[in-house]
Design a protein around this ligand. Sequence first.
Ligand SMILES: Nc1ncnc2c1ncn2[C@@H]1O[C@H](COP(=O)(O)OP(=O)(O)OP(=O)(O)O)[C@@H](O)[C@H]1O
Ligand SMILES: [Mg+2]
Length: 456
Amino acid sequence: MDGSQILLVNFELLVQKSLYEILCRAGYKVDIASETEEALECISEKPYQIVLTDLNKEDDVELVKDLKDKLDSGEVIILTSYGNLDFAVRSIKLGAFDYLVRPVEDEKIISVIERALLNLPRKKTHGGPFKKLSKKSDDSFHGIIGKSDKLNEIYSVVERIANAKTTILIRGESGTGKRLLAHSIHKADKKRCNKPFVEVSCGALPRDIVESELFGHTKGAFTGAIADRKGRFELAHGGTILLDDIDSLTPDLQVKLLRIIQQKEFERVGDHRTVKVDARIVAATNQDLEKLVSEKKFREDLYYRLNVISIVLPPLRERKEDLPSLLEHFVNLYSKENHKKLKGMDGGVIEVLKNYHWPGNIRELENIIERAVILDTDGVINKDDLPEILISKTMANVSASALNLLKDILREPEKGHILRILKEVGWNKKKAAKKLGINRTTLYNKLRKYNLISQG
Ligand SMILES: Nc1ncnc2c1ncn2[C@@H]1O[C@H](COP(=O)(O)OP(=O)(O)OP(=O)(O)O)[C@@H](O)[C@H]1O
Ligand SMILES: [Mg+2]
């Protein structure tokens, strides 16, 4: 088929000879490598679409991975006399396209090769320019991906406050990366970065144990306290503590927290001795803290203490220029995690993603990409790998914006027409409505909309 390049690896002489003949007759260009080292060299010199290889002993299974990694865009097919289910499963997991056990008919070999070739990305039709994934090294800011102006501003704030002791409040919708940012603040602090980073999800802990979780307890302080236990503040000594969902802290714990911020000390539950800690406090919330303060659900003094430096993470819909790099990051991350070799993505995918409004922000994007990578069968992320809802919501967005555009276009002529008729009938609204073919309420609504009401 169309002169695709095939490399034969590790076959005994006789088998190698017969395969060479069969494949050449079928129209392929065939090269031979008698051992793995040689095969890897051949691959670095020529772009093979298919590597057909034998496996003899169990260790050879690892060879699949080496070959797959080395191939830019190609499939590895195993053809062996070693019929063993475990062996076959392992090689497929490592990335082999198929596992054939000899003896096998010539036709079968050819049909598997054809299937593998069809599976290669270049054989597919795409909805836009194909984007190859780069394997460039991570140029994130302590793991945060994105170079939008809004994020750059945040990075510079983090750098400026890195070695200061101040408490920091991180705000932002759910899934915008508040936890990740807190961790980057910890990492940017030269003194603290090698000490513990401790997280407390204030909203997720049962109310009756939050206090002992945060501050620890002594043996016998309450039923179930069978030994002394350090709280998270003590565990974070020298490092950073992230108090996530700070809005859900109960009023008594708000008081205790205020004291820690002011005096860096507290007592364990059931103990009168004071414990001193040095932990940088980073608090995070996706709630409107000002509103909670005005409703007296959150202490005003604590609010001011926490809010010394506040960083707001913008929602993803306000920094869509970060989508391509986030996309690439998650595709690389999840293909590695799922042992999949993805070569790129269809140009149409990014368009779909850019038109979506991302209510769940980066977490939602991450989940969608993880799913797409797992579902993908052809090495290229395309629109079919995205959830239906994303495509349909996007279409709804597009048609809604087209509709708005139409409304805008019609605004001026409609206003002009109404004005003309009103003048004709001497600003008599009953007559004007009749002439316009609309009822009076609709006319009044339109007059209000076009700021014409005072003229009536
Ligand atoms: N800029 C980014 N670059 C790379 N990954 C990111 C980025 N922002 C968020 N993520 C990833 O998105 C997921 C959600 O982020 P994170 O948990 O930090 O959000 P959050 O704001 O704390 O959400 P919630 O309010 O729901 O707790 C995580 O897996 C995180 O690693
Ligand atoms: Mg969080």
